[in-house]
Write a protein that binds this ligand. Structure first.
Ligand code: DHB
Ligand code: MG
Length: 223
């Protein structure tokens, strides 16, 4: 019988076998201890997955909703190469400060901007400024605002851009249409919006591992 313990053991095996998490990434992961939200960063094999995805599409510009300690940000920033740029949106200055220290240690400080404000507000400002479109968007902030973040992402991307939405399963809570959990409702709403948008081709996958039972949605802008 598989249990969360066996999922974690398999994640450990996969990470040990395949994933090159260097000392600065490990420190960044550990530094989440000191953030306002604790350890909700992506697992190392998920970070590597995001980085591979960015490399596969040759992403040069990346937008991230939800920085925390910057663990996924480092994976993404390294994947963009030295000419790349990541804008990462964070509500809490305490977390941004931790993230900036991690970016310095990881050698990506010069290619990452941490924007400290409500993410919806920063995204609106980026739209207002008509910034160059992003090639990849990772939506991993407060889940009730997921539909707002997807709408903003559609203003900030181009056909061919990829959008990843984290935590779309959350122990199965997503199937409860009557859920009073605003995170479950935010996720249901964003998946419905993705499905209804003819500019998007989408799927979602369930995952198990060191982060429990969860999943992510993968969206491609086809128009
Ligand atoms: C939570 C948020 C996340 O982004 C995540 O990956 C796991 C958990 C949370 O808010 O509980
Ligand atoms: Mg997440």
């Amino acid at each position: 019988m598989s249990t969360p313990d066996t999922w974690t053991a398999v994640d450990r095996y996969l990470v040990d076998t395949l994933v090159d998490e260097d000392a600065t990434l490990a420190l960044a992961r550990e530094s989440a201890d000191d953030t306002t939200a604790g350890h909700i960063e992506v697992a190392p094999n998920q970070g590597a997955f995001l980085a591979l995805l960015a490399q596969m599409i040759g992403a040069r510009r990346i937008l991230e909703f939800g920085t925390l300690a910057g663990y996924s940000t480092i994976w993404l920033a390294r994947a963009t190469g030295v000419d790349g740029h990541v804008d990462t949106l964070e509500l809490e200055e305490q977390n941004a400060e931790i993230a900036r220290a991690n970016f310095k240690r990881a050698g990506v400080f010069d290619r990452v901007d941490v924007h400290v404000a409500p993410a919806a507000q920063t995204a609106a400002e980026l739209i207002e400024r008509s910034v160059e479109p992003y090639d990849l968007v990772f939506i991993d902030a407060d889940k009730p605002n997921n539909p707002v973040y997807l709408a903003a992402a559609m203003e900030l991307t181009h056909p061919g851009s990829v959008i990843v939405i984290d935590n779309v399963v959350r122990n199965g809570s997503v199937v409860d249409a009557g859920s009073e959990d605003p995170s479950a409702q935010g996720t249901r709403a964003v998946l419905a919006a993705a499905a209804a948008d003819p500019r998007l081709s989408a799927t979602a996958l369930q995952t198990v591992g060191s982060k429990g039972w969860d999943g992510f949605a993968l969206l491609l802008r086809v128009g």
